[in-house]
Design a protein around this ligand. Structure first.
Ligand code: SAM
Length: 258
């Protein structure tokens, strides 16, 4: 039997207390999901876990519930931040949705020299992340960090957090692919070599136009930056984000001990 639908609700009341759903959630439950009095839902608040809830009243935009027992204790996703340069809207929205499913704890758009797309609005990112978290059975929502210039991000970087720099190897005209410094290690071997299980980390994905040689040089010169290759083909930013998140979860994150 299909599990009851999940909804993110802030400030969940206690077991036995009642809750009136916010209007858009009420509309979703009553009109889209066509739930009735006596039907169950699962509610999570992003910090304390998940609770059962039973519908006690339902009208078009007015749905009331009674909170039942806790169904799942809270569990956080690994401490992984995805930093990505703004890209075309649909691709950026894809990155937000997939990063939520793939367990990124926080997301941030970073402005790089060749960024040529407008950043997604905070509210749009939050809505996509919330819907993806409901669907993917997460118990938390990814934190949406402010859109910030890359050099600002690097200036205040937490030295204890390795930054996995997905380096497409740049485009130095007078050098073979990979530039004078050559291509980075494939990500899987780089992670194995560095050792990463259970550690916090961040992944950086560049814009459609890639990183400039200066940005690559600056990044690769930093001690806590791990430049990695995502293989012998140039991936679109959304594909690269998906691939890097997958590799990290498989080698370092919560795909190891399901
Ligand atoms: N304009 C660049 C070029 O044509 O060489 C491509 C940039 S790519 C569309 C966007 C981002 O995805 C890159 O900045 C990098 O972060 C990541 N990426 C794509 N392919 C990659 C690869 N083979 N290895 C490492 N990172 C890659």
């Amino acid at each position: 039997m299909k599990a009851p639908p999940r909804l993110y609700v802030e400030n969940l009341p206690k077991e036995g207390e009642s809750l009136t759903l916010p209007r858009e959630a009420a509309h979703y439950v009553a009109t889209v999901m066509r739930r009735r009095v006596g039907d169950d839902l699962r509610l999570f608040d992003g910090v304390n876990g998940e609770w059962m809830a039973r519908i006690s009243h339902v009208e078009r935009k007015d749905v009331r519930l009674v909170i039942g027992p806790q169904s799942r204790a809270f569990a956080a996703v690994p401490d992984l931040i995805l930093l990505f340069a703004p890209v075309k809207k649909t691709r950026a929205e894809f990155i937000v949705e997939k990063a939520t499913e793939l367990g990124a704890r926080a997301l941030a758009q970073v402005q790089t020299a060749r960024t040529n797309a407008r950043p997604l609005r905070y509210e749009r990112m939050e809505l996509i992340a919330r819907e993806a978290a409901e669907q993917t059975e997460r118990l938390d929502l990814p934190q949406i960090l402010a859109h910030t210039p890359l050099d600002e991000v690097l200036k205040t970087w937490d030295e204890g957090r390795p930054l996995i720099f997905c380096d497409e190897a740049g485009d130095e005209d007078d050098a073979p692919w990979g530039g004078a410094s050559g291509r980075a290690l494939p990500m899987a071997s780089a992670l194995q070599k560095a050792g990463c299980a259970g550690q916090k980390a961040a992944i950086l994905i560049g814009p459609e136009g890639g990183f400039t040689p200066d940005e690559r040089r600056d990044l690769r010169a930093r001690d806590n930056v791990l430049a990695v290759s995502l293989g012998p083909r140039i991936l679109r930013a959304d594909t690269a984000a998906l691939a890097a998140l997958t590799l990290w979860q498989a080698h370092c994150g919560d795909w190891q001990n399901q």
